[in-house]
Design a protein. Sequence first.
Length: 460
Amino acid sequence: MTGFDLTKLLAERGAERYDLHAKYLNHQLPRMLHTIGFDKVYERAEGAYFWDDQGQDYLDMLAGFGVMGLGRHHPVVRQALHDVLDAGLADLTRFDCPPLPGLLAEKLLRYAPHLDRVFFGNSGTEAVETALKFARYATGRPRVLYCTHAFHGLTTGSLSVNGEAGFRDGFAPLLPDTAVEMGDLDALERELKRGDVAAFVVEPIQGKGVHPTPPGFLRAAQDLLHKHKALLIADEVQTGLGRTGDFFAYQHEPGVEPDLVCVAKALSGGYVPVGATLGKESVFKKVYSSMDRVLVHSASFGSNAQAMAAGLAVLTVMEDEGIVAGVRSTGDLLRARLTELIPKYELLHDVRGRGLMIGIEFGRPKSLALRGRWTMLQAARKGLFAQMVVVPLLQKHRILTQVSGDHLEVIKLIPPLIIGEPEVDRFIEAFTAVMDDAHAGGGLMWDFGRTLVKQAVAHR
């Protein structure tokens, strides 16, 4: 009798991980990881930490791009998944109404009391696709507005509202959508006056560059949209579930009540992909207007029992452990300690964000020696200095971070929401050491910078 032995398979072939990716998956990923020295072999993880094959610990300040809100392997979420598997439920029959989706929708909507219904899909991009479809059908209009530099996903519909040309190039034609500058209410109103706009989709804090919407912008945009019978879509895929110190980031601004809200990432507990689109009764009833339209929008794996159990466990943990309040206090501490460093380092220009979504921006120094090195990097490729900071943070200090977007001199910190003062202390100590090295003008950091310059020039 033969059987599948996962432990044996990993023991026998786990060392082939980078070769397998190079041969069968995206071959550029292992190439990139080897280039910047991120080709580690992580063997286990718990909470906000990884351990490599040498037993060394690494502090995770990336959280899987926000997926690991509760850190890795939270015991309550693990137990919920054990329980749902052990229950042997009749899942995904497609022709019944199981309790878990209803229970998760009920619990999720408590955090957005102006909304009424939920559609469950499998990812953030699916949540955005759902919102785009629902908005266009409910309004009978084709066009959706979005912000320059926005990121809402990479499937065709969500790509249409992606503000980064590098992601869009070569994938046209896309949906009829138009970009406006974040904060530009005049531009928004000009587009709305054309009468063909279904909705405006916006991240309350843009992931690329970590730019919060200007004070008052969301409320004013909402009023303009409703005046012109268009909808406001809040993309909370990364900012939602406590990331910014409010359950949803749009709640930072009083009076903002989006017509549709997209969530995903942290709702999964880091285990089972899940996306959710919350919306108003009026929108859902237009889309599902009759029994003939009962399956007009659906997802094969949507509302599966494992994802619903994980989501219910995540929301329960957030309540029981006071996650949102902890994010607010820890985020304030981390931002304050980073801001204190700005006068000390001329290469450090700004610290911004809310909660545990923080952007650290670097800029042109004043001193002649540093300015020469900075100019060298900028001439090769904008964004190389931020990468020069990220690399020693990992290689010398065992802290995982990443730049917040291509060609940006910004590092984005989106750690697990469970970190506290010890993790803040560790990050600040490491970041200070890296910045000291950069301002000293020598050492491994600038040597690595020269290597990056050569590679950037070679790939032009």
